[in-house]
Design a binder for this molecule. Structure first.
Ligand code: NAD
Length: 272
């Protein structure tokens, strides 16, 4: 019989109506979790993910919340506890791009990306950590697990280390995610809460459709990827699941790059 890695665990995936979040929600759903599919605007797409999880025999509910709004994040967690009684895993995935040359970037474009990509991580992670601590069972003779009481996986990007002209709001937000992740993992480790990030390279999702749907831009993109293929949302989902599982119980404060080698300075592959 196949072991379901997340049997009866409650997993929230923010921004899971699309792309990487969707793949994560499906992966957890297919592995026994109760999944909270979060969306901010596209209810129909979120419902499709819920329906697919249920059609595969899994358990899922749909909750609307904008991760950059404190009251909506509180609602997301309250609704999760209301539906499933607890939270075991947060995948803080929601993110967006509002690209512009630096000299033309508006404050609105800057602020929106920081609000969703960075403040959204603050609000969701803080709520998750509070919930993990509140629901913790007292240690007794029969309950003395050494494993984490809760796991958080943040969605960062290779642009937490690769500068990105024309996308400075996005790169700044993801650089911020890295230091935020490391700092809270240091602070939350004594509670036995594990916090890690995944940093995808180029993954085929709606966020970068403009690049992979254009054959010339796609060829240029491949020059940046030593492994010579674009990533899939499933490539990322599998890594997220490992970081959220007890198999990685001694991994804390790490960033896992899922990028086909994009961070390996590919320009130097032919001797620079
Ligand atoms: P996507 O556009 O398909 O998905 C983004 C999701 O975030 C959508 O479901 C969207 O509705 C949701 N979202 C946006 N604003 C939100 C808000 N305020 N509240 C709640 N949800 C919100 O793109 P994706 O590629 O799947 O991106 C997911 C994450 O992966 C993002 O954090 C992105 O920065 C990161 N990422 C993607 C790539 C890539 O190549 N696709 C690479 C590195 C990092």
């Amino acid at each position: 019989m196949i072991e379901l890695k997340f049997k009866d665990q409650v997993v929230i995936v923010t921004g899971s109506s699309s792309g990487i979040g969707r793949a994560c929600a499906l992966h957890f759903g297919n592995n026994g979790a109760h999944v909270v599919v979060n969306y901010s605007s596209n209810a129909a797409a979120g419902q499709e993910v819920v329906d697919e999880i249920r059609a595969n025999g899994g358990s899922a509910v749909l909750v609307k919340a904008d991760v950059s709004k404190e009251d909506e994040v509180k609602f997301l967690f309250a609704e999760t506890v209301n539906q499933f009684g607890r939270v075991d895993v947060l995948v803080s995935n929601a993110g967006l791009q509002k690209d512009a040359p630096f000299l033309e970037m508006t404050l609105e474009q800057w602020q929106k990306v920081i609000d969703v990509n960075l403040t959204g991580q603050f609000l969701t992670c803080r709520e998750a950590a509070k919930q993990f601590i509140a629901q913790q069972q007292p240690v007794t003779e029969t309950n003395h697990s050494e494993l984490a009481i809760g796991k958080i996986v943040l969605m960062s990007s290779v642009h937490d280390v690769i500068p990105w002209a024309g996308h400075v709001n996005y790169a700044a937000s993801k650089g911020g995610v890295m230091m935020f992740m490391k700092s809270i993992s240091q602070e939350l480790a004594p509670y036995k809460i594990r916090v890690n990030s995944v940093s995808p390279g180029a993954i085929k999702t709606p966020i970068n459709q403009e690049v992979w749907s254009d054959p010339d831009k796609y060829q240029s993109l491949l020059h940046l990827i030593p492994y010579k293929r674009i990533g899939t949302a499933q490539d990322v989902a599998k890594a997220v699941a490992w970081l959220a599982s007890d198999d990685s119980d001694y991994v804390n404060g790490e960033t896992l790059y899922i990028d086909g080698g994009m961070t390996l300075y590919p320009e130097f592959a032919d001797n620079g």
